[in-house]
Design a protein around this ligand. Structure first.
Ligand code: PLP
Length: 419
């Protein structure tokens, strides 16, 4: 028997190590707190969770019925890798009706969730070393996807003063020879901000002038308040349309996160490249889910309207409560189901022996001391903020805010011995 020397084991370990590309990709920064919250819940501690990234409503009945019917009909085999024709046609009709955008079915790709469409699009557009302009606060997966593609994220920091939106000037300044792509997300996760037509026009002018692509993530299109209008940047003219991949899906609007159906629309050649990649990686999105998505787009929108009206009440409440707490300030979001309060005045404070170093340690201490789970702003590239999802019941929101308020009040009372 040959016993390998330590040196050889070392070599072998190296051989077995993960690729350089994937060693750069981190696990979700929110995972640690989510795991801790889960553990505390299992121990019987009652935690109010503000972490949800999905609606707390059930998938509407007529959508479930359509999927059941598909099963009963034996619609359980591979479909075309880029999705079924009926659903592509329904998506084209949706684009025409909602966004005044003309797409043909060859310009549509149906994927296993919008996330999958975005991933395909980034890989289809970016070469090694390309720069991708990414406004911050950003959705957590964008930077990691950019890394997998071998591209480089150029972060454009925004502030509440600018309503967390990039300005044309900032965009111009960030552009270099290597800039390939801008990722836009409106309505935004995590800030809930919505770009106006004028703002998108000035961004679009720059992109067209410089020949820069845009991935426009419009997954929260339908979750929008106060009669505000969602504008797709692709609808602002034929030139910008040629440079844009529009991303959308059914996960958020129809409470279908587990069904995994999202889609992309854009120029044929890019959609073709994305489909090719998908055909060799996941093949088609689930057959039955595609039938469900078809029912979602074609059927009654009543459940969606109800959900949005409920979200709107919760938003009004949570924003008001947060702003009534001293040392917290929060913009009123116009879409999605998150608030992104500024907590920078709390950071640096002491809680007994513990110093609140950053948004992560604030989230940790809120979990252990106030029994509320929130996501630190650092996960979205924005230190000094927290993200709270209001995709949870009004009772939970009320109780959770009570706990946060009580904690912050204690923190700022001079009698630290109270602890
Ligand atoms: C939830 C979410 C997605 C992904 O949605 P799926 O269709 O479930 O993959 C994409 N972008 C943003 C900003 C999201 O919040």
């Amino acid at each position: 028997m040959i016993i390998p020397s330590e040196e050889k084991i070392g070599i072998r370990n190296e051989v077995m190590s993960v690729s350089k590309r994937l060693s750069l990709v981190g696990s979700s920064p929110t995972l640690a707190i989510t795991a801790k919250a889960k553990k505390m819940k299992q121990q019987g501690i009652d935690i109010i969770g503000f972490g949800a990234g999905e609606p707390d409503f059930d998938t509407p009945l007529h959508i479930k019925e359509a999927a059941k019917k598909a099963l009963d009909e034996g619609f359980t085999k591979y479909t075309p890798a880029s999705g079924i024709k009926e659903l592509k046609e329904a998506i084209c009709r949706k684009f025409k009706e909602d966004n005044n955008l003309d797409f043909s079915p060859e310009e549509i790709l149906i994927s296993c969730g919008a996330k999958h469409s975005i991933f395909n699009a980034i890989l289809a557009l970016c070469d090694e070393g390309d720069e991708v302009i990414l406004p911050s606060p950003y959705w957590v997966s964008y930077p990691e996807m950019i890394k997998v593609a071998g591209a480089k994220a150029v972060i454009l920091q925004t502030t509440p003063k600018e309503n967390f939106k990039i300005t044309p000037q900032k965009l111009e300044e960030a552009i270099t020879e290597k800039t390939k792509l801008l990722i836009l997300n409106t309505p935004s996760n995590p800030t809930g901000m919505v770009y106006t037509k004028d703002e998108l026009l000035s961004i679009s002018n720059i992109l067209v002038k410089r020949g820069i692509w845009c991935i426009s993530d419009e997954i929260y299109e339908k979750i929008i308040y106060d009669g505000k209008e969602h504008i797709s940047i692709a609808s602002l003219g034929p030139e910008i349309k040629k440079l844009t991949i529009v991303i959308n899906g059914v996960s958020k609007s129809y409470s279908m996160t587990g069904w995994r159906i999202g889609y992309a629309a854009g120029p044929k050649e890019v959609i073709k490249a994305m489909s090719n990649l998908q055909s060799h990686s996941t093949s088609n999105p689930a057959s039955v889910s595609q039938r469900g998505a078809l029912a979602a787009l074609e059927g009654s929108q009543e459940s969606l309207n109800y959900m949005v009206s409920e979200f709107c009440k919760r938003r009004d409440y949570i924003v008001k409560r947060l702003n009534s707490i001293e040392n917290i300030s929060c913009l009123k979001p116009a879409g999605a189901f998150y608030v992104f309060p500024d907590v920078s005045r709390i950071i640096g404070e002491r809680f007994g022996e513990e110093r609140i170093e950053d948004s992560f340690s604030l989230a940790e201490i809120l979990l252990t001391r106030a029994r509320v789970a929130v996501v630190p702003g650092s996960a979205f590239g924005a230190e000094g903020y927290l993200r709270l999802s209001y995709a949870t019941s009004m009772e939970n929101i009320s109780e959770g805010l009570e706990r946060i308020e009580e904690f912050i009040e204690k923190l700022f009372t001079p009698h630290r011995s109270n602890f």
